[in-house]
Design a binder for this molecule. Structure first.
Ligand SMILES: Nc1ncnc2c1ncn2[C@@H]1O[C@H](COP(=O)(O)OP(=O)(O)O)[C@@H](O)[C@H]1O
Ligand SMILES: [Mg+2]
Length: 284
C-alpha cells in the first residue's frame, strides 16, 4: 500500500480575510516500506501536507488515498479510527500533548482507545517505554515532572504503541541535543528495518536525510518542487542553492573534490565509499 495524493489543495480560513493557500495542487506518490524525507523552508506547507496523511486535515480540493483509503474534499471520511491507527502521526513538539496522570497511562491510552484491554495496554506501554529508554522508576510519575527530552520520548512511545505501519514524524528531533537526536533517529530506523515500517519524516537536518533516508520530497511555497532519490537530491545543486539548503559535510567534501578534478564521485553518499573512490583515483 502507499500514499497517493491527487491535485490536493489546502486553504486555511477559506473565504475569510485571513484566507491562506498553504498547499497548491499537490500530486505525490509515496511507496510503502521506505524512509522518506519531506524538506522545505519554514512555512512551505510541510506540516499541512503530513496532517492530511491521517486525515487530521481534509483537502479543500482534490483527494488522497492512504493505504487504500480514499479521502476527498467535501466528503466526510468514514473509518477514521482505523486510519489513525494505520498512520501514526508524531506532531512537532508532541510533548505538549501529554495529558494522563502517569507516564505509563499516557502511553497505554492509544492501545486502550483502540480496544486493547487495560492490562494488555499497560504491558504494551511498558514495552515501548523501554524501547525509548524511559527507566521504570518514571512509569508512575506525572508526565509533567519529566525533562523536555524525556517528555518527547514518552510522547513518541505513545504513538509507537499504536503499532501503525506508517509513521509520520514532524520534525521529531527539533530542539533535542545531538545525542538525543541520534538515539531518536536510530530508534525510528530500527523500527523500519526490523518491523518494515514506512517512515515519513519532516526534517531540516540534511545529515539525517543523507544518513537515514531513501527519498526526498521538496516543498516550496505550498508546491512540490521535486521528488528524488537521496542520491539525485544532493546532485540538484541549483535547487539546493535556490532553497538555501545547507549540504551535509560529506557532500560538501565530495563536491570540493569533484571541483578539484576527481572523477566518478557523483553518486557517493558515505565516507567509506568516498575513501575507496579517492584511493582508486589516486592509484590511477
Ligand atoms: N492553523 C493555521 N491557520 C492559518 N494558517 C496556518 C495555520 N497553520 C499553518 N498556517 C500557514 O500555512 C502555511 C504553511 O504552514 P505549515 O504547513 O505549518 O508549514 P511548515 O510545516 O513547512 O513550516 C504557512 O504560511 C503558515 O503560516
Ligand atoms: Mg511544520
Amino acid at each position: 500500500m502507499s500514499i497517493k495524493v491527487n491535485n490536493l489543495s489546502y486553504t486555511y480560513n477559506e473565504g475569510s480575510p485571513f484566507e491562506l493557500k498553504a498547499l497548491k495542487n499537490i500530486n505525490l506518490e509515496l511507496d510503502d516500506n521506505k524512509v522518506i524525507a519531506i524538506v522545505g523552508a519554514t512555512g512551505s506547507g510541510k506540516t499541512t501536507l503530513v496532517q492530511h496523511f491521517n486525515a487530521l486535515l481534509l483537502p479543500t480540493h482534490g483527494s488522497l488515498e492512504v493505504n487504500g483509503k480514499l479521502i476527498e474534499a467535501d466528503v466526510k471520511p468514514e473509518g477514521l479510527k482505523a486510519l489513525r491507527k494505520n498512520v501514526g502521526l508524531v506532531f512537532q513538539f508532541p510533548e505538549y500533548q501529554l495529558f494522563e496522570e502517569t507516564v505509563v497511562k499516557d502511553v497505554a491510552f492509544g492501545p486502550k482507545n483502540f480496544g486493547v484491554s487495560e492490562a494488555e495496554s499497560l504491558e504494551i506501554a511498558k514495552k515501548y517505554l523501554k524501547l525509548v529508554n524511559i527507566s521504570e522508576d518514571l512509569y508512575e510519575r506525572s508526565p509533567l515532572d519529566l525533562s523536555g527530552g524525556q517528555k518527547r520520548r514518552v510522547a513518541i512511545a505513545g504513538i509507537l504503541a499504536l503499532d501503525s505501519n506508517t509513521l509520520v514524524l514532524d520534525e521529531p528531533t527539533a530542539g533535542l541535543d545531538p545525542q538525543g537526536a541520534l538515539e531518536m533517529m536510530e530508534l525510528f530506523i530500527n523500527l523500519h528495518k526490523l518491523e518494515e515500517k514506512t517512515i515519513i519524516i519532516v526534517t531540516h537536518d540534511m545529515e539525517q536525510v543523507l544518513n537515514y533516508c531513501e527519498e526526498v520530497v521538496v516543498i516550496d511555497h505550498g508546491e512540490i518542487a521535486g521528488h528524488y532519490s537521496v542520491s539525485e537530491f544532493f546532485n540538484e545543486k541549483d535547487l539546493l542553492s535556490k532553497l538555501d539548503i545547507e549540504m551535509p559535510s560529506l557532500i560538501k567534501l565530495r563536491e570540493d573534490l569533484i571541483n578539484k578534478g576527481f572523477k566518478n564521485l557523483d553518486n557517493i553518499l558515505n565516507a567509506e565509499d568516498l575513501v575507496k573512490a579517492i584511493k582508486a583515483e589516486v592509484e590511477k
